[in-house]
Design a protein around this ligand. Structure first.
Ligand SMILES: Nc1ncnc2c1ncn2[C@@H]1O[C@H](COP(=O)(O)OP(=O)(O)OP(=O)(O)O)[C@@H](O)[C@H]1O
Length: 267
């Protein structure tokens, strides 16, 4: 996708990695629209926070980017892929380039931290390597990434013995092992205490800058979004109701995202 850098100081460029236009999603023909006319661009180097009440469509928006949610109408471009029209091979290729971080970390608990990180390389390597051993270059890279996220000293430990914050950093190292062109983090700090939440979000923001990729992160805690993202998107009933840079927004301007005056049960 296109264009030249505008903000070298902030390391955020105008180069789009994701472009969503008039996206509508419904899961079944009978069910209501979960996303209703969403337009969104994500640029290299930026961390974008997705806010919205439970059920507003945050996870669905992320799933639409990797072909896990049905695109009822509109267009979704991620990297060079037109997500609505991908064959199985292209879909696999797209998913191999998208690092995904989840609330529950999704590590294999009885395997070592290092092996968990190495599994990130399997996506790209395909079925042959899945059966074989990891290359020494991959092991070296996995150790470097563990060092980067601050837990190289845990490389040999079983993943299940780590704290939540440490496990999430393993998951981030695993995502980096994919050399991702985009990271999607779906409520990555919902299970973490406030201090560890900040550590993880700072890490994700630095990755966006250093790797020059977009990071889209869904959050439930407004102050965390304001403190640790470059831009905020507010979803309500499947529509973007607020959008702006963190410098432009505050709690009052973001109120429409959580407005319950129409009687909705928001969380
Ligand atoms: N696979 C599915 N099939 C049918 N409906 C679904 C499916 N996944 C999600 N939905 C519905 O889509 C709506 C949006 O769900 P989604 O998980 O995207 O919201 P969310 O904003 O991520 O919520 P939360 O903050 O609770 O995770 C909900 O009404 C949900 O029930």
């Amino acid at each position: 996708m296109s264009a030249a850098p505008v903000s070298a100081a902030a390391s955020i460029t105008t180069e789009r990695r994701v472009s969503i236009r008039d996206l509508r999603v419904r899961y079944t023909p009978e069910s209501p629209l979960v996303l209703d006319g969403v337009d969104l661009d994500l640029h290299r180097g930026e961390m974008v926070a997705l806010l919205g009440s439970s059920g507003s469509g945050k996870s669905t928006l992320m799933k639409a980017l990797t072909g896990f949610a049905p695109i009822t109408s509109g267009s979704v471009r991620a990297d060079e892929f037109d997500v609505a029209h991908l064959g199985r091979g292209e879909l696999r290729q797209l998913r191999s380039r998208v690092g995904q971080i989840f609330q529950q970390f999704n590590l294999i608990g009885r395997l070592s931290v290092l092996t968990n990180v190495l599994t990130g390389s399997l996506y790209a390597a395909g079925p042959v390597n899945m059966l074989g051993t990891f290359r020494s270059a991959d092991r070296k890279r996995a150790l470097e990434l563990l060092d980067r996220v601050g837990i190289a000293h845990k490389a040999g430990d079983e993943a299940r013995t780590l704290s939540g914050g440490q496990q999430q950093r393993v998951a981030i190292a695993r995502a980096l092992m994919q050399s991702p062109t985009l990271i999607l983090a779906d409520e990555p700090v919902a299970s973490l205490d406030p201090t560890m939440s900040r550590v993880v979000l700072e890490l994700l923001q630095s990755i966006a800058r250093d790797e020059q990729i977009p990071v889209l992160v869904s959050l439930h805690v407004l102050p965390l979004a304001l403190a640790h993202s470059d831009r905020i998107i507010g979803l309500r009933h499947g529509e973007i109701v607020v959008e702006g840079t963190t410098g432009e927004l505050d709690a009052e301007r973001l109120a429409p995202v959580y407005d319950t005056r129409d009687g909705e049960e928001d969380s």
